[in-house]
Design a protein around this ligand. Structure first.
Ligand SMILES: NC(=O)C1=CN([C@@H]2O[C@H](COP(=O)(O)OP(=O)(O)OC[C@H]3O[C@@H](n4cnc5c(N)ncnc54)[C@H](OP(=O)(O)O)[C@@H]3O)[C@@H](O)[C@H]2O)C=CC1
Ligand SMILES: CC(=O)N[C@@H](CCC(=O)OP(=O)(O)O)C(=O)O
Length: 343
């Protein structure tokens, strides 16, 4: 059995990690760490766990993670790196769900987040986008789990970038997210009356995920590229649907794209290519799947890709577990086979 500790276990991602790890046949959770819920049991703070788990939250101290083989950090950016360093120094595999270990280029990280305190640890880390970076993940002690929007965008674009089929500076990513993407902290702008029956864009031209997506897409394309990314808030709890536009550099039709995407993702269980219909949030909600569909607009010679994920699963906790499965040489699907919550 793999022993797991979760730091930041009281947050939306932390609780989702507990829920998913409890059904993983090869994992035992040895500690759940939170200061606000210290000494409370999970079935008291989150009654959905009644009769399933009575794990008790504890405050962070080194002894709390000493027994673990893997430590998940589901903490805010900037704070997480302190805990990652502690876990790394005592020899643990650390899977970080913040942005602190996602970047190769520290200047990009500093511009959108803050100065990195432990740049020397970046060479020990791998970007945890499983389908793209599996070999690095296997060899790294720290895994920087990708952002939720980047997961949907990069996986939607990867086959086109790798095959150099699009004009590198023509990409527009228009993403819509459920509100749980913002975490559980209270903010008036995210309250029910502000969001229900509403729909709005935010951080236009300024969202910090733009630089993460650009760094990884540039790597896939083999040259630096710039793109536009606009996030929107959907009045739903979970799910991201990204609509991605790019100019094709030669004439290709939809059948060619079906072939290219099926070939690129032929060994990937969690990628589902939609050939005849388009993905919808309800197919991925509650799952670790990435659903990808597309059309070619012949009039403009533009490809339009629709990429859907559950932000808390493939966009966070599920991908973190997929990374753990890769790192510990387990079947990558273990504990993660689920059908979408249609209603
Ligand atoms: N929500 C999502 O869809 C996604 C989130 N992420 C990332 O995952 C991480 C967790 O996100 P999420 O669960 O949504 O956030 P939440 O705000 O819901 O939870 C954050 C957790 O961090 C802990 N925490 C907050 N401040 C501190 C601090 N100063 N020191 C120690 N612990 C602290 C809190 O625990 P307590 O106060 O009890 O100690 C809480 O459990 C973030 O980095 C986020 O960006 C990544 C992809 C998707
Ligand atoms: C709806 C919403 O607010 N979403 C978050 C992104 C959440 C996420 O995955 O990103 P990080 O892990 O990089 O924080 C936002 O736009 O800031």
């Amino acid at each position: 059995m793999i022993k797991a500790s979760i730091i930041g276990a009281s947050g939306y991602v932390g609780v989702e990690l507990i829920r998913l790890l409890l059904r993983h046949p090869e994992v035992e959770i040895v500690s759940i760490i939170s200061s606000s819920s210290n000494q409370l049991s999970i079935d008291k703070t989150n009654p959905q766990f009644k009769k399933v788990s009575n794990l008790v939250f504890e405050e962070f101290k080194i002894e709390a993670i000493q027994e673990a083989d893997v430590v998940f950090c589901a903490l805010p950016h900037g704070i997480s790196q302190e805990y990652v360093k502690i876990g790394y120094d005592i020899g643990k595999v650390v899977i970080d769900l913040s942005a602190d270990f996602r970047y190769k280029d520290l200047q990009r990280y500093a511009k959108d987040y803050s100065q990195h305190k432990y740049p020397e640890l970046l060479s020990k880390s791998a970007y945890g986008l499983c389908e793209i970076n599996r070999e690095e993940i296997k060899n790294a002690q720290i895994i920087g789990n990708p952002g939720c929007y980047p997961t949907s965008a990069i996986l939607g674009l990867a086959p086109l970038l790798k095959n150099k089929l699009v004009d590198k500076n023509s990409i527009i990513i228009d993403s819509k997210s459920g509100v749980s993407g913002a975490g559980k902290k209270f903010d008036f702008a995210y309250s029910f009356c502000e969001l229900d029956e509403n729909f709005k864009a935010y951080s236009v031209t300024k969202h910090r995920h733009t630089s993460e997506i650009e760094e990884k897409c540039s790597f896939l394309f083999g040259e630096d590229l710039n793109l536009s990314f606009t996030p929107h808030l959907l009045p739903v709890k979970r799910g991201i649907l990204s609509t991605i536009y790019a100019n094709l550099i030669k004439k290709i039709d939809k059948n060619d794209l079906v072939e290219i995407y099926n070939e690129f993702y032929k060994d990937e269980y969690f990628i589902r290519i939609f050939e005849d219909e388009l993905p919808e949030l309800k197919y991925v909600r509650g799952t670790n799947f990435v659903d990808i569909g597309f059309e070619v607009d012949k009039k403009t010679n533009r490809v339009i890709i629709i990429s859907c994920i559950d932000n808390l699963i493939k966009g966070a906790a599920g991908q973190a577990i997929q990374n753990m499965n890769i790192k510990f040489s387990l079947d990558e699907k273990m504990g993660l086979i689920m059908v979408g919550e249609y209603f």
